[in-house]
Design a binder for this molecule. Structure first.
Ligand code: T3D
Length: 264
């Protein structure tokens, strides 16, 4: 598939997926969804890729659904938004969560509507200081989708989730980091280098261990403590037989940096 609305590039173990409709603040249309799906499948299928970076071109990260594709003139047939979510947004969020690699979202500018919640579906969210998060849905009579009603209360508690969802105010990247909505906010001037260093680090880490870490942490949201302890036991049993575990312990004993392969 050739891409018109995204950029997809691989370099070493890093796959970089850039939403690329800057004049529409990288809002999603059906074609962009299809391209993102294709790129995520490619990243998943490539044994060489050990981290995925999701970011946006231009001054925004993503403004959610392209509202230009939504006919609302009196008398026009309403679009089935449920069908759109089933076809596009739900698979996207589930793919990001299930990808057996760390997924970093570099929020380079405003993240609004589904754009904000797609960012929150990623494993590590780092934002430039000038970026912001807007649960824009209430401004157009919708609820937070793309996992918003799931992620927000879990990340910031229901009081802040409710305020963000009902008011649709702009939350600065700094405030988002202070609230624990995202991992980190970085000065704009340092943002590209910080993101690069982060993905380079992750591209040489013990990938299978990181994939298991994300699945375990996500499972914790629904598990009892006992079920989670069982899950940790079972996962650790598998990872304890991996070459990366051997390498990590050997490197520790030899007081050198580990050389993880990420494969087994
Ligand atoms: O529909 C379904 O399938 C269901 C799923 C829905 C998921 C959703 O995401 S619903 C929520 C959709 N998104 C929004 O409601 C956000 C709309 N955008 C904004 O509120 C503002 O653009 C921002 C707060 C994000 C940024 O404001 P600002 O002042 O920095 O930029 P701007 O001037 O509003 O936008 C710049 C351009 O991008 C502008 O075009 P123009 O005038 O220069 O030709 C604007 O129209 C365009 N743009 C921004 N967001 C969208 C968009 N065009 C289409 N769709 C957008 N979502």
């Amino acid at each position: 598939m050739t891409y018109q609305h995204i950029l997809y590039a691989t370099d070493g173990g890093v796959a970089r997926l850039t939403l690329n409709r800057p004049d529409r603040l990288n809002s999603f249309n059906d074609a962009m969804h299809a391209e993102v799906r294709d790129a995520l499948s490619r990243a998943k299928a490539s044994a060489d890729i050990r981290v995925l970076l999701l970011t946006g071109a231009g001054r925004g990260f993503c403004a959610g659904q392209d509202l230009g594709d939504r006919a609302v003139a009196p008398g026009s047939e309403p679009v089935d938004l449920g069908a759109s979510i089933e076809r596009n947004y739900k698979p996207l969020v589930l793919s990001l969560r299930a990808l057996p690699l760390p997924v970093v979202c570099a929020v380079n500018g405003v993240a609004a509507g589904a754009g904000a919640n797609i960012a929150l579906a990623c494993d590590i969210v780092i934002a430039a200081k000038s970026a912001s998060f807007i649960q824009a849905f209430s401004r157009i009579g919708l609820i937070p989708d793309s996992g918003g009603t799931y992620f927000l209360p879990r990340l910031v508690g229901s009081a802040r989730a409710m305020g963000m969802a009902m008011l649709g105010d702009k939350l600065s990247a700094e405030q988002a980091a202070a609230w624990g909505l995202i991992w980190k906010c970085v000065d704009d001037a340092e943002f590209p280098a910080t993101v690069d260093a982060l993905v380079q680090h992750l591209s040489t880490a013990a990938t299978r261990g990181l994939a298991a870490t994300k699945q375990a942490i996500y499972a914790a949201g629904d598990n009892t403590l006992e079920a989670q302890l069982d899950l940790e036991r079972d996962v650790q049993r598998v990872l304890g037989k991996s070459l990366d575990y051997r390498e990590g312990v050997s490197a520790f004993a030899a007081k050198r940096q580990p050389r993880f392969t990420g494969t087994q």
